[in-house]
Design a protein around this ligand. Structure first.
Ligand SMILES: NC(=O)C1=CN([C@@H]2O[C@H](COP(=O)(O)OP(=O)(O)OC[C@H]3O[C@@H](n4cnc5c(N)ncnc54)[C@H](OP(=O)(O)O)[C@@H]3O)[C@@H](O)[C@H]2O)C=CC1
Ligand SMILES: O=C(O)C(=O)CO
Length: 309
């Protein structure tokens, strides 16, 4: 069995070594133009030239959860596209989102500013019932995040494409229930995949509906930058409709040094690191799935290219 590795912006050596150790007998090589046809590919943002040279692939394994960059390419029609299924990411995402939520709710940003001035500025505790959280996307990451938030006893809503029942969550589904979900939510967490239906979903209109249309909504975007219409955010913050935003992902990454998000006092920026790929767990998961596909067995995490995730 031949496996080719094509990782844009990632060093391939440790992946190749890990795959060779997990799949003894497999011929695992880094891709360069002219590499022989492989049975499976392990990829991150490969160029179209890679796909054009590998028309016989059976499996294309993405070393991330989001497949938006991959699905922009012309892919071999018979190949299964397989995303990472958690592999150590959901716990990181739960940490990140709980931290951002609690930092805002408990006003730690204001305490940090006070501390820098040596100011003993006690603030009146807030009621968590006044801070219902809404998680957009109840997939591998969203469900884990929602359950982690529920541990802190915030009222919690979730929104997905298909209807769901998840203990402790008020679940909304589909476009028909989107407005009700937004209206019932004050702190909005985005964990949707980027598809043609979700691009630009965080915009002036939708963000203005948070918190029943009253000022004070808060945005945590950890999915993809293109979910947010970036030009709409600062007017909502400056006008007071939104109290703040924590952003991990951006339309252009790295976020350009001159971008106004870096210096806005109500925006916290992190460099697309809310949930990093954990190499060891990912290699083990991909190796297990390659063997299953070779045996003709089904695997989890197969992407539906028409649906876009
Ligand atoms: N910042 C970072 O470091 C990282 C970001 N990510 C991002 O997080 C995203 C989510 O990951 P993951 O949880 O694994 O994805 P999943 O595919 O497991 O879950 C996607 C969820 O979104 C829902 N959904 C999809 N389209 C719509 C729609 N049009 N309307 C309503 N709901 C919709 C799905 O609904 P249904 O359940 O009905 O299908 C599902 O609940 C990734 O696509 C990636 O972009 C991922 C990892 C790290
Ligand atoms: O897994 C993903 O989709 C990521 O964004 C990792 O950074």
């Amino acid at each position: 069995m031949r496996i080719t590795v094509c990782l844009t912006d990632n060093r391939p050596d440790a992946w190749i070594e890990g795959l060779r150790a997990a799949l003894p007998g497999a011929d695992v090589q880094n891709w360069t133009p002219g590499t022989p046809q492989a049975d499976h590919a392990v990829v991150w943002s490969p160029p179209q030239a890679f796909m054009d040279e590998q028309p016989g692939l059976l499996g294309i394994f993405n070393i991330g959860a989001g497949v938006d960059a991959l699905l922009k390419l012309r892919l071999p029609p018979q190949a299964l596209v397989v995303r990472l299924d958690d592999a150590g990411m959901s716990v990181q995402m739960a940490e990140y989102v709980c931290h951002a939520l609690i930092r805002h709710f408990r006003e730690f940003d204001a305490y940090e500013a006070d501390a820098r001035e040596g100011r003993w500025g006690f603030r009146k505790p807030r009621e968590r019932e006044d801070f219902p959280v809404g998680v957009m996307g109840l997939g591998v990451l969203g469900e884990r995040v929602a359950k982690a938030i529920a541990q802190f006893e915030f009222p919690i809503n979730g929104w997905s494409r298909s209807p769901k029942t998840i203990e402790g969550l008020r679940c909304f589904a589909g476009e028909g229930e989107f407005d009700a979900f937004l209206g019932a939510t004050r702190v909005l967490v985005n964990l949707l995949p980027l598809t043609e239906s979700t691009r630009g979903i965080l915009n002036r209109q939708t963000l203005s509906r948070l918190n029943g249309g009253k000022p004070g909504g808060y945005l945590i975007n950890v999915a993809r930058g293109a979910h947010l219409v970036e030009g709409d955010l600062i007017p909502l913050l400056d006008g007071g409709q939104l109290a703040g935003a924590t952003l991990d992902v951006f339309e252009v990454e790295p976020l350009p040094a001159e971008h106004p998000f870096w210096r806005h006092p109500k925006i916290t920026v992190t460099p697309h690191g809310s949930a990093r790929t954990v190499r060891g767990a990912s290699v083990a998961q991909i190796a297990r799935k390659i063997l299953a596909i070779e045996r003709g067995e089904p695997v989890a995490g197969v992407v539906d290219p028409k649906r876009g995730y």
